[in-house]
Write a protein that binds this ligand. Sequence first.
Ligand code: ZN
Length: 432
Amino acid sequence: MSPAPRFDRGHTDDLMSFLAASPSPYHAVATAAERLEKAGFRQVEETDAWDASSGGKYVLRGGAIIAWYVPEGASPHTPFRIVGAHTDSPNLRVKPLPDAGAHGWRQVAVEIYGGTLLNTWLDRDLGLAGRLTLRDGTHRLVNVDRPLLRVPQLAVHLDRAVNTDGLKLDRQKHMQPIWGLGDDVREGDLIRFVAEEAGVDAADVTGWDLMPHAIEPPAYLGRDRELLAGPRMDNLISVHAGTAALAAAATGGAKLDHVPVLAAFDHEENGSQSDTGADGPLLGTVLERSVFARGGSQEDRARAFAGTVCLSSDTGHAIHPNYAERHDPTHHPRANGGPILKVNVNMRYATDGSGRAVFAAACERAGVPMQNFVSNNAMPCGTTIGPITAARHGIKTVDIGVAILSMHSARELCGADDPYLLANALVAFLED
Ligand code: ZN
């Protein structure tokens, strides 16, 4: 008999607040940490010595969070059950010398982050968020959550062929947002403005990681409000579901014979190679230190890792009604059809048959349907943190997720039930 699902549409309502509160990876990990704190988790510093105590703990590093719950009586070689995800989304990022302008328009110089759909950033009212680094090395989150910037599209009268020949965007020339008027552009204008918004002295701001975000809040959509439209669902759907699932596993009273973990990394959208990305040592170091803190040896570490399983959760493509031929002819994930298992035999996804069995069992225990995703052979397949986690740490990994439309758009679309169906499957996995 399947246990009653823990999460319902209320989880999707909560996802909407999570998305709105998380315009940058730094905000996403702060939002996740705040929720974990409510479930009794406590932050540990990487620079401190760790102890053998049980309970919920988490490490924050930039835009990454690793959280874990040591159950009462866990041994040094107790294996881990990990939900992996990523906190970053493709977008625009502010350049080091951001103050620009031409012909009376004040502009902000931006770089392109990840494989964003550039056109989706045009003619959208944008806020600005991220973190400021102060002279003393501390960080301050900032979120200007009102219309501040806009990348204006060229009028059709000046681009007559745009609807027939397609929109052609130069990544350097055409993507610089405007943020007002003025001929007196001075270096430091933007940072002075942002510092004031953050309530800090601009002279103390010595570093920044800032990015525009679409300010329109997430919304239910469709005849029966059965869809959810919103920003950054790739991959905050998974970060949010993983956070909720870990909190539920830690507080649910089930007897755990492993250590449940949430690992949410930054920089997935450009290949995960950073100290906060999945291709860095962060996850392995945290797991190892957790083993050693409980008095474990290298042998205990090897035993724990050998018994560990990771569900790498990220978005995948739902079947698109207008482009069905781009998908595999027989694998058609649908919105609200339940979480997807992602397969690619060339290891763009880490799933194999035994991994499939792990996820299928979790879905069965949770009473949620499971769907299968595989690419059309003529289309290159995307990838995610799954294969990197498997290869870097030697951890058995299964790629799963939620099927969405408009992946990497500034505003994506998914079924409104799928986020909580995913969360229920993740709890069943973490509690097994
Ligand atoms: Zn993703």
